[in-house]
Design a protein around this ligand. Structure first.
Ligand SMILES: [Zn+2]
Length: 238
């Protein structure tokens, strides 16, 4: 299956927290959207890998994803090895996305910056015909996405552009709330963590409001780019 947009995440919930609105907006408009999680988030203080898998499939339905896969590279310890880069290459060639979205270029959790680099390298290598990969025994065609964008996570990074997600904001909140083991849930008996408080949940809304205000709408999600985006007409900019 060919996708229009393929988003990668170090942990199943990174995408939901940072760009679920953007994915929902595009899938609602008919774009084919998928997510590849690099790990099962098995080192998270709350919940288990099994609970996270159930939560992520719930969120996938809300985001209307065509595909979601988990590469299980090992939470906390995956490396920028050639073997891992080839796994990214295989996914890029399998789904042939025009747009790839990856983790923040740096962040509080060291997995995020590493995942960002792993995916960027994989996108480049996937376009080299002499890098040979096989999927189900068949040699894959080379494919390089047109663009790679990075979402913004815990540490604030100045975005290069912001997507207006006002019309899908409530669905974005539902996608995040699918991870009830991780985030604010007054019913939960699990230990408190840095991301389980009501304040953390409120801070997500504050970030979306702040980014929205910058572009003159209610809610926004910000991204950084690897190369300067081009436009056809000055009126293309919101
Ligand atoms: Zn994460």
């Amino acid at each position: 299956m060919k996708l229009d947009i393929l988003a990668f995440a170090a942990h199943p919930d990174d995408v939901e927290l940072c760009c679920a609105g953007t994915l929902i907006k595009h899938s609602n408009a008919g774009y084919k959207v998928g997510i590849i999680d690099l790990t099962q988030g098995e080192l998270g203080t709350r919940g288990t890998a099994e609970i996270r898998a159930l939560e992520s499939s719930k969120a996938s339905k809300i985001m209307n994803l065509s595909v979601r896969e988990n590469l299980n590279l090992g939470d906390g310890f995956f490396s920028l090895s050639n073997e891992n880069k080839m796994k990214i290459v295989e996914m890029i060639r399998k789904y042939k996305p025009e747009t790839v979205i990856a983790n923040a270029i740096y962040d509080r959790h060291p997995d995020h910056g590493r995942a960002s680099e792993l995916v960027s390298d994989g996108c480049f290598l996937a376009g080299l015909v002499k890098v040979v990969t096989r999927h189900n025994g068949e040699v894959q065609e080379a494919w390089r996405p047109k663009v790679v964008y990075h979402y913004i996570q815990d540490r604030f990074i100045q975005p290069d552009f912001i997507v207006d997600i006002s019309t899908v904001y409530s669905e974005r909140v539902e996608a995040i709330k699918s991870y009830s083991s991780q985030f604010y849930d007054p019913e939960s008996n699990e230990p408190e963590t840095a991301i389980s408080s009501k304040q953390f949940f409120d801070s997500l809304q504050a970030r979306a409001l702040e980014l929205g205000r910058i572009i003159g709408c209610e809610y926004g999600e910000g991204f950084t780019v690897e190369r300067i985006p081009g436009i056809n007409m000055l009126s293309d900019i919101k």
